[in-house]
Design a protein around this ligand. Structure first.
Ligand SMILES: Cc1cc2nc3c(=O)[nH]c(=O)nc-3n(C[C@H](O)[C@H](O)[C@H](O)COP(=O)(O)OP(=O)(O)OC[C@H]3O[C@@H](n4cnc5c(N)ncnc54)[C@H](O)[C@@H]3O)c2cc1C
Length: 362
């Protein structure tokens, strides 16, 4: 069996890995360098931002994926010696106005959670801004160092002789199987490649490639700042009013992010830099003693309610999609890749796929 996977972000790489483990011959192509778009730009929180505010379809994928991450990290480390730094640093939600909903959700989903009062907050997170009153702390929420995870995945895939990685290879058209003809992709070079299945993991660009299917996936720009502090100075990830800090093990701290509907423009802006500097000052005032060391942007694959499309593309036999994870593509990726692979390979799906099925256009 031969499958073409389009797009080498976290979803394409993990989908290719799942399929390769079933001994399928894979061609994975990307229009640019491998893994340089949203999956590189993301923060790597291994949880939806306010998990209790999401639809059960997102929770089902994220709970499954969270359980799968430790194994994935270990397998990649054993295979290629790159540590993706899966770190259970916990996530503190500061002043959430729906703390009760968080507690109810945590109980229903068997997630450990602590209500944190003002004194406790000052004691454990002494650098928080003074108007931080209360918090909800999920100690088991982890982060992943996504650029390293991507590097490890690429290195792992290159070890499979039946996987061909093709950067700088844009797909310009996709055709479903018809009569005796298989599904196929046409490359920008004019080359046409037939396959038993095509899996589109093209992130924010997916709707362009599957225009006939009218999937409502749109680019949503996110910008991020990075600071450098002494390792360990910020004791956990912190989220307040939709913005967050992610302290890495080596003292780098990510501060994000913006949500901007600016089409396919992935440039950074001075305005967002100012906004994020203000966010950093609100979250952990000491952080802004030094200017940020880096500023970047990426395009999320936005979808209604953040529910991804994982399944067969209507009216295009042999064409599948795994895209639209929006703000949660890194956390959801192991589960998304497992589910699409089950479907493509006609295995019993490990999760009911109904909620993710792309609907036929009207
Ligand atoms: C600032 C920011 C912070 C984030 N933080 C988090 C977080 O903390 N946790 C979390 O879970 N998620 C987070 N996300 C979301 C997450 O990064 C995305 O949902 C996820 O990376 C999407 O992965 P993807 O593989 O679908 O897309 P991408 O990584 O964008 O990959 C798609 C690939 O397809 C390629 N492609 C497109 N069109 C074609 C074509 N025609 N031919 C060939 N190749 C093509 C592109 O070049 C690209 O490499 C964040 C995103 C941003 C921007």
């Amino acid at each position: 069996m031969r499958i073409v996977v389009v797009g080498a972000g976290i979803n394409g790489l993990l989908t290719a890995r799942e399929l390769a483990q079933a001994n399928v011959e894979i061609m994975l192509c990307d229009q640019g360098d491998l893994a340089q778009q949203a999956s590189w730009a993301g923060g790597g929180i291994v949880s939806p931002l306010y998990p209790w505010r999401y639809a059960p379809a997102v929770t089902a994928l994220s709970r499954w994926a969270q359980a799968a991450y430790p194994n994935l990290q270990r397998e990649l480390y054993d295979s290629v010696g790159i540590d993706s730094e899966l770190l259970t640093s916990g996530l503190l939600f500061v002043n959430p106005d729906d703390a009760r909903d968080a507690m109810v959700w945590a109980q229903a989903n068997h997630a450990r959670v602590e209500r944190v009062d003002h004194a406790h907050l000052r004691d454990r997170w002494p650098g928080l801004a003074h108007d931080a009153d209360t918090g909800v702390f999920f100690p088991d929420i982890a982060q992943i160092r996504n650029p390293r995870l991507l590097k490890a995945l690429i290195a792992d895939l290159t070890r499979h002789s039946h996987v061909q990685l093709r950067p700088q290879t844009a797909v310009i058209a996709i055709a479903g199987a018809r009569g005796h003809a298989s599904a196929s992709v046409t490359l920008a070079s004019g080359e046409r490649i037939e396959a038993d299945a095509i899996v589109v993991c093209a992130g924010a660009w997916t709707a362009k490639l599957l225009a006939r299917s009218a999937l409502p996936i749109r680019p949503v720009r996110g910008q991020m700042l990075q600071y450098q502090v002494a390792p360990g100075s910020i004791p956990s990830m912190i989220l307040r009013d939709g913005h967050y800090l992610i302290p890495r093990q080596d003292g780098l701290v990510l501060c994000g992010s913006t949500l901007e509907e600016t089409g396919f423009d992935d440039r950074t802006t001075a305005q967002a830099r100012e906004q994020l500097e203000a966010v950093a000052a609100t979250l952990w005032p000491g952080l802004t003693a030094q200017p940020p060391v880096r500023h970047w942007a990426g395009l999320r694959p936005g979808s209604p309610n953040g529910i991804p499309y994982i399944g067969a593309v209507p009216e295009q036999p042999g064409v599948w999609v795994n895209a639209g994870q929006y703000r949660n593509g890194l956390v959801l990726a192991p589960a998304s890749a497992a589910l699409i692979s089950d479907l493509v390979l006609s295995r019993q799906p490990r999760l009911d796929p109904t909620a993710y099925a792309p609907l036929a256009p009207d």
